[in-house]
Design a protein around this ligand. Structure first.
Ligand SMILES: NC(=O)c1ccc[n+]([C@@H]2O[C@H](COP(=O)([O-])OP(=O)(O)OC[C@H]3O[C@@H](n4cnc5c(N)ncnc54)[C@H](OP(=O)(O)O)[C@@H]3O)[C@@H](O)[C@H]2O)c1
Length: 311
């Protein structure tokens, strides 16, 4: 049987993904029609999906077996009441590697105070020796596919790493905490704090004024998770007072971040334009095709989103 696979994402993504998806479909021996404009909806078997696509009402897709999200974050689709089939989020080695590189790079920037070196090239000999990583506690909020990989990479560099998640976890080399008391301890230890939580009603504004008060003086914050995890007003106040030493923010409530937003000009903020980690077409296409293959074999889909939890 020939499957109908709708690619519901923009043209740029189609150009990136088409060759890889076709390659992996052929490798898997799956006969499929794959296109961004396939119809009618009632004959579509799978949708490879970007939540920003035109497909917002899934009801006409009566034969649909699964929606395969291109991104790890699903906050823009998880609450769609017309979606009644499994929704798989993206878990991809390329995505994970990219996030590990971004997080480790920015943690090392803070740890080594690379900014100090860059700002002191004026001929003055001003030695400033950083502590060893073993003396720089780092906390990672969120111990999922991305958070646990980042936590382990940091632990491998000798940082004492604390991780925090909703349910109790065990990650080699990482001190794992969960629940509200766990959060208090995790924040209190964080000389560097990394946010890798999904955006759900339970995580929105998690980093608010009371929680910011709990981090040590001078704590540096990295947010490659989602913008609304942070109460922006509270963070700006904590930055202004110096309680938070610096923040590197990759994600925002409004993207692109408006040109007049105070983050752009704040001396203690570095903005990166949602580039911490990109889903990589080459590796992600294999994940998508593996899931289609599983669906056709009657196996459970991988990385299925729990619609109740919201991630
Ligand atoms: N900036 C970028 O370029 C970029 C790229 C990719 C992804 N992201 C973001 O990164 C996020 C994380 O991705 P992922 O693949 O690691 O997600 P994931 O595998 O679903 O992991 C989510 C983690 O967050 C924890 N969590 C969820 N709700 C919580 C709560 N209320 N309290 C405490 N912990 C909670 C989960 O706890 P349990 O382990 O107990 O379930 C889990 O450890 C994505 O949702 C996306 O927003 C950003």
């Amino acid at each position: 049987m020939t499957l109908n696979i709708l690619f519901a994402a923009n043209e740029t993504r189609w150009a990136q993904y088409e060759p890889h998806l076709r390659h992996w479909l052929a490798e898997a021996g799956i006969e499929a029609q794959l296109a961004p404009d396939l119809g009618p909806p009632s004959e579509i078997d799978y949708i490879v999906y970007a939540p920003s696509s035109d497909v917002q009402d899934f009801r006409p897709y009566r034969r649909l077996k699964a929606v395969l999200n291109l991104w790890a974050g699903v906050e823009d689709v998880v609450g769609n009441p017309t979606l009644q089939v499994p929704l798989a989020r993206m878990v991809d080695n390329g995505l994970t590697e990219g996030m590990v590189e971004w997080v480790v790079g920015h943690v090392l920037r803070y740890h080594l105070d690379i900014d100090h070196a860059l700002a002191n090239q004026s001929g003055k000999w001003l030695p400033k020796v950083p502590p060893l990583a073993r003396n720089r506690p780092v906390t990672v909020l969120g111990l999922g596919a991305l958070g646990s990989a980042c936590a382990q990479a940091l632990a491998a560099l000798n940082f004492p790493v604390t991780g925090w998640s909703r349910s109790a976890k065990s990650v080699a080399g990482v001190s794992c905490l969960s629940g509200p008391e766990g959060l208090e301890q995790a924040l209190a230890r964080a000389q560097i704090l990394v946010l890798l939580l999904p955006l759900t009603p339970g995580t929105e504004n998690l980093l608010n004024a009371p929680h910011l008060d709990q981090v040590p003086e001078g704590c540096c914050i990295l947010n490659p998770g989602r913008g609304p995890l942070i109460d922006d007003t509270a963070l700006l106040e904590a930055l202004d007072s110096g309680h938070v030493g610096h923040a590197t923010l990759d994600v925002f409530r409004t993207e692109p971040l408006p040109a007049e937003h105070p983050y752009w000009s704040h001396p203690r903020v570095t903005v990166t334009p949602h580039i911490a980690s990109e889903t990589r077409a080459e590796t992600a296409s294999k994940v998508i095709v593996d899931n289609i293959e599983r669906g056709e074999q009657g196996l459970p889909f991988l990385h299925v989103v729990d619609r109740q939890r919201g991630y």
